[in-house]
Design a protein around this ligand. Structure first.
Ligand code: HEM
Ligand code: HEM
Length: 417
């Protein structure tokens, strides 16, 4: 004996997928506009919901073969064929829409990693680049067909329920017997809720709220993630001391140990919007005294993989081959041994930044306030990211991501001796 209604699993999956699809199509309207952090966050959500639909749809198809379904509603042949076609079309769309989206992303010239809901890494499909264009065409075209299918689907359900008196809604929704209007209202509410969500959701706002407040330009009050501006590696320290003792004419510079909680960050502009980030792991060897500028020396090493812009997917892109390429260049270094006093507590360092295998001189202005054994240093430098090759391919264009990037730090240190 076949059941009268769909199983609970089929019902839950039907409405979850229906709502997610409507949300997805409405939300996709907002996938246009200038490239930037905002669009990036919207794509991230689009991909996450799309892959979820794919997984739920595979589960649903599996369920269809396992759980018994009610017998098809008898009717004229054309109606039964049409209903079968619409259901087949829906299943096809539920799988093909996300798969074509996945192909677009996997064949795109700029590979952006997919991180589902900001947490689960999702691989690219190993498909040839030539699949990209047809996939893009289908991905844009299919939602129109799905909307036509939905009109037929709903018309069919209403025809049965209200014209022919077969309470078909009851098979897919709790209630809905006879001509009861409750099930219809529930169905309409689910669909409408999805439309409203698709229109109001703003993943950027959500992403920003979740973002740590720490930006390099803010004072050091908050604890750094796991910043370990630690003691110098032995070799470098010895080398620094050599320089100091070689230069007997001057006073010896002091050796400073950076306290936990310092920040080292940057601010770039992407389509006019600021993107602020910081590095959680870096070390600094500082040998510095205002009275011994000639012998002073700083050596900073930054673990580029510890970049944090408050968006895991963007951080993944930054460490990838188009930006920092941490697979090849794990660290950036800044070394300076030329300093100039600018008056008061202001100084300028003329050092060399090595980033992505490129070394260039970068002046750094900073203030240093020393009270006894304690010092606070704050500084900024502006670098041209393009001269270090940070941003390859399409990202090289400064029309979208500005060339100049402001780097800044704010730290406290204690004199070792
Ligand atoms: C995008 C939205 C929707 C999709 C993708 C969708 C998809 C489907 C599919 C594939 C089936 C066939 C289930 C099977 O036999 O395996 C089905 C059944 C059904 N759907 Fe939908 N549906 C959607 C929206 C709706 C809406 C809005 C209603 C209500 C007005 C509805 C009412 C029904 C009913 C009553 C059945 C059972 C049909 C029967 O018993 O033969 N669906 N739906
Ligand atoms: C059921 C699932 C999906 C539906 C209904 C859907 C729907 C859409 C729609 C309507 C657009 C056009 C937006 C516009 O007006 O420009 C679009 C664009 C796009 N979608 Fe999806 N999508 C789904 C899943 C996915 C998935 C899983 C991915 C990637 C993993 C994806 C990636 C994309 C991309 C990259 C674009 C932009 C394509 C371009 O304009 O070149 N989509 N999607």
């Amino acid at each position: 004996m076949l059941p009268q209604r769909y199983s609970l699993g089929a019902i839950v999956l039907h409405w979850l997928i229906a709502a997610a699809l409507v949300f997805q199509i409405v939300f996709a309207e907002s996938l246009e506009g200038p490239r930037g952090p905002d669009l990036f966050a919207r794509y991230q959500l689009h991909k996450s919901v799309g892959i979820t639909i794919l997984l739920l749809s595979v589960l649903r198809l599996g369920w269809r073969f396992v759980a018994p379904r009610p017998a098809p509603v008898p009717g004229p042949k054309w109606a039964m064929t049409l209903s079968g076609l619409v259901h087949f079309g829906f299943y096809f769309f539920m799988i093909a829409a996300p798969v074509t989206g996945w192909i677009i992303v996997s064949t795109s010239k700029i590979k952006v990693d997919t991180l589902l809901f900001g947490t689960i890494p999702w691989p690219h499909l190993p498909v040839p680049a030539s699949w990209g264009e047809p996939a893009e065409f289908l991905h844009h075209f299919m939602p129109n067909i799905a909307i036509a299918l939905l009109v037929l689907h709903v018309a069919g359900a209403l025809r049965h329920q209200y014209l022919l008196g077969t309470p078909i809604l009851a098979r897919m929704l709790p209630g809905g017997q006879g001509k009861a209007i409750g099930a219809l209202v529930t169905a309409a509410a689910i669909m409408l809720g999805a439309v409203v969500l698709g229109n109001v959701i703003d993943p950027r706002g959500a992403a920003q709220a979740a973002k740590p407040a720490a930006v390099a330009t803010t004072p050091v009050a908050e604890p750094a993630l796991d910043a370990t501006p630690a003691a110098a590696p032995e070799g470098q320290e010895a080398e620094a001391e050599d320089v100091a003792t070689d230069d007997e004419a001057n006073a010896e510079p002091r050796n400073w140990v950076v306290a936990k909680g310092g920040t080292l960050g940057f601010s770039a502009r992407w389509n006019g919007e600021p993107v602020d980030g910081r590095f959680a792991r870096w070390t600094a060897n500082i040998l510095f005294s205002p009275e011994a500028l000639d012998a002073s020396k700083i050596d900073v090493s930054i673990d580029l993989g510890s970049v944090d812009t408050g968006d895991g997917q963007r951080d993944g892109t930054l460490t990838g081959s188009d930006f920092f390429d941490t697979g090849k260049f794990a660290k950036a270094t800044y070394r300076a041994s030329k300093f100039k006093a600018l008056g008061g507590s202001r100084y300028r360092a003329d050092g060399t930044l090595t980033l992505r295998g490129v070394s260039k001189s970068v002046p750094l202005n900073f203030t240093l306030d020393i009270t006894g054994d304690k010092a606070r240093a704050k500084g900024t430098a502006t670098i041209d990211r393009t001269s270090f090759g940070v941003g390859q391919g399409d990202y090289a264009s400064t029309a979208e991501i500005a060339g100049p990037v402001a780097v800044s730090f704010d730290l406290q240190a204690t004199a070792r001796d």
